[in-house]
Write a protein that binds this ligand. Structure first.
Ligand SMILES: [Zn+2]
Length: 237
């Protein structure tokens, strides 16, 4: 099993690790700071180097419980110690966008008591679906303003770990429509935007909300009876 270093330290962008298996152009490492696509957040990119070579990391995904890094370039051998470097710009945009999704989710839960049913994101844009019957007049502008107020408050974003038994007793944590945490998971990672949003989550986030930038709600659309989709983009100012 690969130790996913990003779960413990989202600011860690360089690390050393050992290659433990190889499958065609993919390698498995004993530990990694490269984020593997999951929970709507796309993978990191970057590069690895070792004594006699270097390769770009172009995809990272989990297959059958294994974190596999797809390489472009030459391949290292099993047992090689590698040095990995995560592309900082891409990671930062993903962390900002992921944190923006929590803010959106937190505001809509706090003020409208509506649950999120799904979502996905790319660099500096994303969409989330909510269980909402009818979008009220002026909803998008109101949500946008409320999200930007929360960003400006520069609320801390904290990560902690709870045993599954304690986590399932905490109803605040399981706010998504379906409980996305598999039964087999023993420890639950909790991401807390202090005072706004707290949920079980495996993604990477900025450490305080002001780093997100300004959120703009670009569109609301109906996705069938009772479901509405909200699209947003992030700006640097
Ligand atoms: Zn998250």
């Amino acid at each position: 099993m690969t130790k996913r270093l990003y779960l413990y330290d989202a600011d860690l962008l360089a690390f050393t690790a050992t290659v433990i298996s190889i499958d065609d152009t993919r390698i498995e490492l004993d530990q990694t700071a490269f984020y593997a696509t999951s929970g709507g957040q796309p993978h990191d990119t970057g590069h690895i180097t070792w004594d006699s070579g270097a390769a770009a990391v172009i995809d990272v995904r989990t297959i059958d419980g294994k974190v596999l890094h797809t390489l472009a370039g030459v391949m290292p051998e099993v047992g090689t110690e590698i040095h990995g470097v995560v592309d900082a710009d891409r990671r930062m945009t993903m962390m900002r966008t992921h944190t923006a999704m929590h803010i959106l989710c937190g505001v809509i839960w706090r003020d409208w008591k509506r649950v999120v049913t799904g979502g996905s994101m790319d660099a500096l844009s994303g969409r989330m679906d909510f269980e909402i019957e009818q979008i009220p007049e002026g909803f998008a502008n109101e949500v946008e303003d409320l999200c930007n107020v929360e960003i400006k408050k520069d609320r801390p974003v904290e990560v902690s770990f709870l045993s599954r038994d304690n986590a399932v007793l905490d109803r605040d944590l399981i706010r998504t429509k379906n409980n996305l945490v598999p039964e087999s998971v023993e420890e639950i990672r909790v991401v807390d935007i202090v005072g706004l949003d707290r949920q079980a989550d495996g993604g990477t986030h900025v450490s305080s909300t002001n780093q997100v930038g300004r959120i703009e709600i670009t569109k609301t659309e109906s996705k069938g009876k009772g479901f509405k989709r909200i699209r947003f983009v992030l700006h640097d100012d």
